[in-house]
Design a protein around this ligand. Structure first.
Ligand code: PLP
Length: 276
């Protein structure tokens, strides 16, 4: 049995319950974070809690009680004793009834955990035929309204890819369903700016800071040209993962040398600082 934290209490996760009127359940009105537990400790908790605050603010939800949540996360990690796991922190608008309108109820906070396997060093991704709307009301926010990602990811999985990558409405590279994307040209590393619509990934920020990557709008057509020699994706769970196939383009070897250097940087970072 594993514990979850629901409405301020530690409960058996299999028996935990939330209301059928919860607005997160009814219309996806909520924010969330996924935090990695590496070697029994949560990674980058402070950055994740800051982003939760930003998402809540961007959605017009009350500010989450991040100190209390941080304490719950630490305690839950201890209680569950999982060495490699994902923590899912969900913060919804609370019980607002069955319509789209909010009713100013107390938000609901849930923290749950699940063991994970380490991801392979490289993977295959597919290019989505649907755009990411960089001008949408939820652009850049980590909301529980993720059905678009779910459907696109299932589409990619059916094509043998483990991730789906979106261009934005003007045909520039944006992000994956649950990851950010980087391209390598020569020795230089580039990633789309936040104005292109991606989430400000915690892993993305750490790689930009540590590897000196630059932000640039990248036309999606560039990813099929020889000047892009490597592609990699980043996320809390994938960390830094090389791309061996982008749609119908093979990129070998994957991970390439620059991607391998980013992977090396990231694993050294995890080794020396669990809350960078
Ligand atoms: C849409 C989207 N983009 C990017 C990311 C990567 O962000 P992070 O590195 O904070 O996990 C995620 C995380 O799951 C995501 O859902």
């Amino acid at each position: 049995m594993a514990y979850a934290w629901v409405r301020g209490e530690f409960v058996d996760d299999a028996a935990a319950s939330v209301s059928v009127f919860d607005h997160g359940l009814v219309v996806g009105d909520g924010a969330f974070e996924t935090i990695a537990v590496l070697d029994g400790r949560p990674f980058a908790l402070t950055r994740h809690l800051k982003r939760l605050e930003r998402t809540a603010e961007g959605m017009g939800l009350p500010a989450p009680k991040t100190e209390e949540v941080a304490g719950a996360v630490t305690e839950l990690v201890h209680m569950n004793g999982m060495r490699f796991a994902k923590i899912r922190l969900t913060y919804t608008a609370g019980n607002a009834g069955l319509g789209s309108g909010r009713s100013g109820e107390e938000p609901l906070t849930v923290v749950a955990m699940q063991p994970i396997e380490m991801e392979p060093a490289s993977t295959q991704v597919a290019l989505a035929p649907w755009p990411r709307n960089e001008r949408g009301i939820l652009a850049g926010l980590k909301t529980t309204s993720y059905a678009e990602n779910v459907v696109a990811l299932a589409w990619a999985n059916n094509r043998g890819a483990s991730e789906v990558i979106f261009a934005n409405t003007v045909g520039n590279l944006c992000e994956g369903s649950g990851s950010n994307i980087f391209v390598v040209k020569g020795e230089e590393i580039f990633t789309p700016p936040l104005s292109a619509g991606p989430l400000a990934g915690v892993t993305r920020d750490l790689v930009v800071e540590g590897m000196g990557a630059s932000e640039a709008d990248i036309p999606i057509a560039d990813l099929f040209k020889g000047e892009v020699t490597e592609i990699f994706i980043t996320s809390t769970i994938r960390m830094v993962q090389g791309v061996s196939r982008f749609d119908d383009r093979q990129l070998t070897p994957a991970p390439g040398p620059v991607t391998a250097a980013a992977q090396e940087y990231f694993s050294r970072l995890v080794g020396r600082d669990m809350d960078p």
